[in-house]
Design a binder for this molecule. Sequence first.
Ligand SMILES: C[S@@+](CC[C@H](N)C(=O)[O-])C[C@H]1O[C@@H](n2cnc3c(N)ncnc32)[C@H](O)[C@@H]1O
Length: 480
Amino acid sequence: MNFYRDASWVLEYVEKTESKGRVAGSLQTLVLQSCKKYKLKTNPKHIYAAVSSCWHYREFLDRILQRSGILKDVPNKKGQPAFSKYTIKLLVHDLLFSKNKRIQMGKHPVKDFVLKHKTRLNSELVRLKLKLKVTDLKQLIKDDATDITPVRWIRINPVRSRDKQKEVLAELEKKFPTKVSSWAEIVPGTIYHDEYVPNLFGVHPGDKITSHELYKTGKVIIQDRASCFPAHILNPSKDDIIIDACAAPGNKTTHVAAHIFQDQSPEGAQIHAFEKDPERANTLRTMIKTAGCSKGIDVHVGDFTKIAKPASFPGVTGFIVDPSCSGSGIFGRKNMDYHNKNKEESINVAPEEEVAEDIADKDLKDRLSKLSSFQFEIVRYALSFPSAKKLVYSTCSVHAEENERIVIDLLLDSKVKEWGWRVRKRAGVIPAWPRRGFLNEFEEVFRDKQEAQDLAEGCIRVLPREDGGIGFFAVCFERD
Ligand SMILES: C[S@@+](CC[C@H](N)C(=O)[O-])C[C@H]1O[C@@H](n2cnc3c(N)ncnc32)[C@H](O)[C@@H]1O
């Protein structure tokens, strides 16, 4: 029982920290923090194993607990529930989701209590699996191995290494002496020269780069490969003036700068970076400074759709629009950051009482519906700028609602049509990248098969992990 008692305290600590709206650090850090705080004698590794599995299944466990009514049935002892709901959750987890489906505990009243509800718990589990159309809920769970990016992507920043790019590459090759020909072959000490984005390299995630001089001096920047696609597709030149509508922390902004200022030092601001959140705008400024582009980028703090008046930016030629999204293509620690950020941004739907049957589905639907109207509005607003000729829209979401369907809604919008925008064809959007937009989404709306095909091909999709990094979507709008 000692193990379950200790694990219950830790689970309670983790859940309460999370419900305050902020998951500080990784789950591992939280578990270690709480083991220390409560001076627990149980091996933290064992507690982590139990709590992390419970945490990964929490959405399903909560639903099963609620629907089975087990928590309402807990007997009272001196006016208090006799068993902690966290202990019950851990026990139910072991009963339903552990390898041998058994509660590893000697005889104890809480074990008897949970076992008394076994049939009901199992039937709720079956109902849930049927509803979610899976044979095992594990299929919907990301394990720890999928929490780590398979590749650490780094790009050379030409603004900081203008005529010394060869030296920077030589330094990189000293640190990573073996060149491999595909990212899947990356092991510690090797480097892969990306075939899609120039000056981008993949190394092993276990190889430390953040303590290297090249990183500290802004000569190389860590940026996921897919996240490099927007600036590469936009391909701005020294004559362009670009707005990054949702800029922080500034990966894409500084990548745009790398294109504009690769051969010449910035003389004036050719990039306008908008960021609504003042704290994140500070991070953006720091990143711009480290990347050596402060003179070329003006940071504007506020809602892009409110503070950027088209008339005040008559010379803008292009846009990067990478708005807040569900972050469903992101995994691991980054996912927790997204989770935090979305809470801060309050674009999350407020959790409702856990009474409805379809709460998880409904939550996701509501959230996607809110996000997609925001995403549509912000891109549409950018498309209204009079002299803009190209715009790259991107998300790190896997949901069509935030991707292809936004493209469709924009194409069907009368103003967007009137302004003359179209989707750039595959030939101008990293043609060699094999994974494109979902054809069925376009086929549902556009009867002309070729048109639907061209639109889907014009979009880029990147699968999380399978394609070497985060899940991503990108598309380019253009006009004459
Ligand atoms: C997905 S992140 C952008 C990541 C960034 N493009 C990069 O690559 O580093 C979206 C950002 O947009 C900001 N944002 C959301 N709504 C905005 C708005 N209406 N105007 C300006 N910024 C906004 C969020 O605060 C967040 O920092």
